[in-house]
Write a protein that binds this ligand. Sequence first.
Ligand code: SPV
Ligand code: MG
Length: 548
Amino acid sequence: MGSNTDSVVVDKSAQSNGSAISRCTLLREQIFSPDLAFLMEAHNGISAKIAEEVGFKGLWASGLTISASLGLRDSNEASWTQVLDVLEYMADATTLPILVDGDTGYGNFNNVRRLVKKLCDTHIAGVCIEDKLFPKTNSFIGERQPLADIDEFCGRIKAGKDSQTDDDFVLVARVEALISGHTMEEALERAEAYHAAGADAILIHSKKSTANEILEFTRRWANRAPLVIVPTMYSMNTPTQAFRDAGISTIIWANHNMRSAISAMRETSRQIFEDQSLHEVEGRVIPVKEIFRLVGNAELEAAERRYLPGKANLSAVVLAASGGNLGEMTENKPKCMIDIRGQSLLQRLVTSLSDGGVRGISVVRGAFKDAVQVPGIETVDNDRFAETGELFSLACAKDKLKGDLVVSYGDVLFRDYIFDGLMQAEGDIVIVADAKPRQGGDLVVTDKPYTGGYLDDGPVSLTSMSQALSADKATGEWIGLARFTAQGSEWLRAEIAAIEAEGLLETADLPLLFTRLAAKHPVGVHYITSHWLDVDTLTDVAAARNFT
Ligand code: SPV
Ligand code: MG
């Protein structure tokens, strides 16, 4: 790659007259660099972002895959302005230079003029036009597709170069002679004519399964202008080093993001269709929060803090005061600090909460409090942890029980989608309950059992919660995770005060708290089925290690 471009800051809107380097310049530098450059196929904003994130320094906006993403054939069924709309999303989504597959230029010289002008306006770095006729057909379909007249195609090239508004805009002329069954001489003659007409680089295309004709062309071309290749058909038989050694300028990986997306989408659709459930698929696909990250929600959050004063911040109180009963593992640290594959349980929980948008995380410590160390948390101490219960620990963090709030036990792990679901659930107080209660857990009784179709059945409310209940009487088990709005937090503080006034604060547990809250206010229940665990036994520790 053009290593001289690595440290350059690109102004997304920069053109040749701007102060920052333009994307046209970046593409030009890559194509003219002695190092082999790579352009990765993208067909929309998200695929462009993904290619940029993994490290590609340039993109190929493929005609085939943009058409396919619209459900269309690679036969100019999408109008050029519809393609331009897609390109604008791609350019906005990244800072990378984009070489656009301009097919045949969408018509004659006049269409190419307008195309190039609009591409420059859209901050696209270059265009590749091929020497065929509008409407085009994909090169891998059929044999002996008719080629354009050489002089007429040279007119398209000249018109394009004369219309660019950035001096470094790159026009690549694509020679289809070999694909269409013509001779090597014809291919060389066309390349020479296109170069003389002003093309910055030549794309020599082949659909053979070996690179022989491409390497022969490259030898005979003798570096008169940079050569671009699309080794879709022949790369399996040719190491990339061979292209580097031959002096090729740029390789286009032309369609692999679209092809892999189709494989993945087909697999997911089939599984959900067969199962009539998301269960199998949920752990395999990226979490929803990864979509948020990719599209830059963090930037929006920061902007909201800046421009929307008073926007509530989500905070969390994590109860981690109990010591635990796990032999050697909890000999000198509380169970929240047990190592689960190189990270403490608490660290994993804190990461989940942070990823879910929680900003201030307060951890109530008790047993082995000095061992409770996780970067970025605040700590609150319950120094009477030995003779008090959970509610007393929560009350130690009284000052933190305000605004949008999450309360969690310190020994739970859950998949991100569970937290996302809790955040989206309606209600001022919402708890997460597993629909399959286990004897001895924080068992809940609700006004409606889980049906699997509860979203259609409307909200579910908590009636009561208790550890003493028989599991067959329960409709779920609280997993140790709850959410409060500012109103909910106010009710929470009031209920803690009431319990304290009755002299029950030291002995009360959270099930009592939620039962009392549910008697006065609606407490919503967000049902889940598995994909979480808490750690009470050595078996739980083993499960936690497999969970991550
Ligand atoms: C495209 O990606 O649309 C191309 C490359 O033009 S190819 O499909 O190889 O013709
Ligand atoms: Mg194409």
